[in-house]
Design a binder for this molecule. Structure first.
Ligand code: SF4
Ligand code: SF4
Length: 351
């Protein structure tokens, strides 16, 4: 067996990552994610009702963050086309159980059809929640993005944005030089049109993820601290802070291996396994759509190229709601990232 660092050569290569996650798991075969689910009667992991339709509009991004699980960046060419977007719209129209359309990337706004698509989704049902995972700096990256806050407002889009910390040093070390200052400018622009302001109905949520190989602290305490510091120092307001655990895949897995933190981090996730968080993992009510229309249980499985386990329905073009409802979720040891401590999902702590 090759050393962990030798295996790094293949990253971000889903096969190499899965080999590391399966074979180098500190708990070994007898204590892997599957056995943890078996012990609490949750294996096979079955979906509940499909509520969240999460769509990756492409891997292109104006940033290259250290812990990006998408391995996104300016040189990525994968972009969802209109044909695939039409297939998404058909599914959203056909399923009343879907109450949230969650747009991710890369920077989803860089998709040339982003605005057209948001308007089409909004036209389907007025009460449908539309979320955009906005990295903030995109608003200032080019004059053609400067009016995004008004566009979001017009289409009642909820904005969810990563902000690793309320200081420039910690934020820039994770997301790149100058990102903090630009993020604050963008947050002010969002506040100016009403986002994050009490009673405006325009939701602006922030996401915190740890800067290293440790789990996030309690969500409510961090939220209170972020609110106080961002208001006092910058006059910035937001609605809620979601804390998420870094999932050991892609650039974060590479970081863990390079810094000799892989075993310790996995051990930490394993010993913090929380059955309540396992019952609430987001893959149970979510389908994640790849930029090319393939279907996944979640965004993380998408990056590991683990398609849904449903022979009859693996792509939007052969969408079969019944077959998908009958599937089991594909799991591996990266899933310990969703079940550690208070749990972790795209919407923050789960337990
Ligand atoms: S902004 Fe988001 S998608 Fe872009 S590189 Fe950073 S983490 Fe990845
Ligand atoms: S990584 Fe994905 S499949 Fe695994 S528990 Fe988390 S959401 Fe579910």
């Amino acid at each position: 067996m090759k050393s962990l660092k030798a295996q790094l050569h293949g990253l971000a290569d889903p096969e190499a990552e899965l080999e590391i996650l399966s074979e180098r798991h500190p708990g070994g075969e007898a204590n892997n994610f599957r056995t943890h689910l078996e012990r609490i009667g949750l294996y096979p992991l079955r979906p509940t009702s499909l509520e969240v339709f999460q769509i990756n509009l492409g891997k292109m991004c104006n940033q290259v963050c250290k812990h990006c699980h998408v391995d996104a960046g300016p040189d990525r060419k994968e972009i969802m086309d209109r044909k695939t977007m039409h297939l998404c719209l058909e599914v959203i129209r056909s399923l009343d159980s879907i109450n949230c359309v969650d747009l991710t990337g890369g920077a989803p706004e860089m998709n040339p059809d982003f605005r057209w698509f948001v308007e089409e989704v909004r036209a389907i049902r007025p009460e449908l929640k539309i979320i955009v995972r906005c990295n903030l700096t995109i608003i200032l990256a080019n004059p053609r993005f400067n009016d995004l806050p008004e566009f979001f407002k017009k289409n009642r889009v909820e904005v969810v944005s990563s902000l690793p910390y309320f200081t420039a040093m910690k934020t820039d070390s994770q997301r790149g030089d100058g990102v903090f200052d630009k993020s604050i400018q963008a947050l002010r622009l969002l506040n100016q049109v009403g986002y994050g302001r009490a009673d405006s109905g325009l939701v602006l949520n922030l996401v915190y993820n740890p800067s290293g190989a440790f789990l996030p602290g309690p969500q409510s305490e961090l939220e209170a601290e972020f609110k106080k510091k961002l208001w006092e120092r910058f006059g910035v307001e937001f609605n809620a802070l979601f804390t998420i655990t870094n999932i050991p895949i892609s650039r974060f897995l590479e970081y863990l291996i390079r810094s000799d933190n892989y075993e310790n981090y996995m051990e930490k996730l394993l010993t913090s396994f929380n059955p309540a968080a396992a019952a609430g993992v987001m893959c149970r009510n979510t389908i994640s759509i790849g930029w090319d229309g393939y279907l996944y249980d979640c965004d993380f499985n998408q990056m590991l190229d683990l398609k849904v386990a449903s022979a009859d329905s693996t792509h939007l073009s052969d969408w079969n709601a019944k077959a998908l409802a009958d599937r089991s979720v594909v799991i591996n040891n990266h899933c310990f990232g969703c079940t550690a401590g208070a749990g972790s999902s795209c919407g923050g702590a789960t337990a």
